[in-house]
Design a binder for this molecule. Structure first.
Ligand code: ASC
Length: 150
């Protein structure tokens, strides 16, 4: 069982490590994929936000379920930022590719903030969730301000 788990993990990791372009048939597919991933992430993030801003009743289990989804989703959009996909049905700015280290740092910061939100959600403490939600929201906004067109 342990061996099977290791082999499965190795297969998943090597798939994720494939050159991004090899994972999409067409540039449009990469754009669609990253937008879909960000949309799903934003949807579940928003459900936590409703609780964090007292617009929805707080339910620790629902918050934790949503935070786990957000953390998983936060890992996915990046493979879709294939070189040359600043054209088409996208608001991605060319700076994503011109300033790759900066973009990667932004993406990493968001993933770290979202991981902390997931940790906070697991405690079931609304105040901790509010704090972590605020920080995660800032990380979303920082990346959008720098790398997303209006
Ligand atoms: C959301 C969402 C975003 C972020 C961002 C935070 O709920 O969909 O893109 O929060 O608005 O500033």
């Amino acid at each position: 069982m342990k061996l099977l788990a290791s082999l499965t993990l190795a297969a998943v990791v090597s798939t994720l490590a494939l050159p991004a372009m090899a994972q999409f048939q067409k540039p449009e597919d990469a754009i669609k994929y990253r937008k879909a991933a960000l949309t799903v992430m934003g949807t579940h993030f928003g459900r936590i936000g409703a609780m964090a801003s007292d617009k929805a009743p707080f339910d620790a289990k629902i918050a934790a379920e949503n935070a786990a989804i957000v953390e998983t989703m936060s890992k996915l959009p990046w493979a879709g930022f294939v070189a040359g996909t600043d054209k088409g049905d996208t608001r991605a700015k060319p700076e994503i590719w011109a300033e790759q280290a900066k973009f990667k740092k932004s993406a990493d910061d968001m993933q770290a903030a979202v991981a902390q939100l997931n940790t906070a959600a697991k405690t079931g403490n609304l105040d901790a969730i509010k704090t972590a939600f605020g920080a995660a929201g800032k990380s979303c906004k920082a990346c959008h301000d720098a790398f997303r067109k209006e």
